[in-house]
Design a protein around this ligand. Structure first.
Ligand SMILES: [Zn+2]
Length: 326
């Protein structure tokens, strides 16, 4: 990716469960429940529940993919990240994983430059990455908020579950398991997008809106009444390096013409009518606090997203590249 810093968005959020949550730990416990909530050890030697950044990133990515799919029917505008090319089943046509396409091509034909990887990737892989590159979006692990730690303790319950037969939808011979769910706990984490195109901020903004409204679920048992939460956006900042500007801009405007062409950044479609607030400066950084205005401020970014998904050349561009026709 670009070897310079241009812009950055940093969003602090809190996660407040509405229903019990189960973020499964890979470890089984001796004499404990079949499925337990993931925990971390803190410096004081006590353990406490947390939500791994990878779980949050996966949740945000799959919700963002849904938004993209709802903006264009055919061809579907995003890949299925683990679907091998040529192994598509009915209903998966032309949705093979960008990353797996690239990995096969690199093994069998030749290396692919990073601008090509980026420009050939579907919108989801451009933002969240794939097997071939790390992506622009990062989430740190979510830990209990300080306020919650001061006023309360996490509460767990053991629930019985009945295994569901995948074919019949009935119970699988009455097979039972139990699981440890979290019924009290509040978490905080930080999301970050480095060197963003403006539509990418629009996409994250739409996911955040729905997280605020409690429409996104996390963890295990989403169809069994687990995983509902609402997010609170506690801080939303955008940074531009060495640029004091007054409207929301992304890479297509701020990167060099050569980079913009090589990476195929999507041009911004409308002017930012609301304008950015006055920034504070720290060294070369100009930092804009959008905590109270992010929904309005991201309006032009959402408009870019809608146009971008309508226009995106994926999957035709990647299919032609892999077939050696471009
Ligand atoms: Zn992809």
């Amino acid at each position: 990716m670009l070897k310079k810093m241009i812009n950055n968005a940093k969003i602090d959020i809190e996660i407040h469960p509405n229903d019990p949550l189960l973020i499964k730990s890979g470890m089984s416990t001796v004499g404990g429940a079949d499925m337990v909530f993931v925990r971390t050890y803190r410096f004081d030697g006590k353990d406490e529940p947390f939500i791994p950044g990878s779980s949050l990133k996966g949740m945000i990515r799959s919700y963002a993919e849904k938004i993209c799919r709802s903006l264009r029917d055919m061809p579907v505008p995003v890949c299925l990240p683990y679907l091998e090319p040529k192994k598509e089943k009915e209903g998966e046509k032309r949705q093979a994983s960008c990353g797996l396409y690239f990995e096969n091509y690199k093994k069998k034909v030749k290396p692919i430059s990073s601008p090509d990887i980026y420009s050939l990737s579907c919108p989801a892989c451009r933002l969240f990455g794939s097997q071939s590159f790390i992506g622009r979006f990062a989430t740190s692990d979510a830990y209990l908020t300080d306020e919650f730690r001061q006023n309360g303790r996490p509460v767990f319950e053991i629930r019985d579950g009945v295994a569901i037969d995948r074919l019949t939808g009935g119970t699988a011979g009455g097979a039972k398991y139990n699981m440890e769910v979290l019924t009290r706990g509040e978490f905080k984490t930080t999301l970050e997008i480095r060197n963003f195109e403006r539509w990418q901020l629009g996409l994250i903004g739409l996911v955040l809106r729905d997280m605020e409204q409690g429409l996104v679920r996390v963890g295990f048992g989403k169809s069994r009444g687990l995983g509902s939460f609402h997010a609170k956006i506690t801080n939303f900042e955008i940074t531009y390096y060495n640029r004091n500007i007054n409207s929301l801009k992304g890479l297509s405007t701020l990167a060099s013409k050569e980079d913009s062409k090589a990476y195929d950044f999507f041009p911004e479609t409308v002017d930012d009518a609301s304008q950015l607030p006055v920034p504070r400066s720290e060294g070369l950084r100009y930092i804009y606090n959008l905590t109270d205005s992010w929904k309005e401020s991201l309006d032009p970014a959402v408009k870019d997203l809608v146009k971008y998904i309508e226009a995106v050349k994926w999957p035709k561009n990647i299919e032609e590249y892999i077939a050696g026709r471009s």
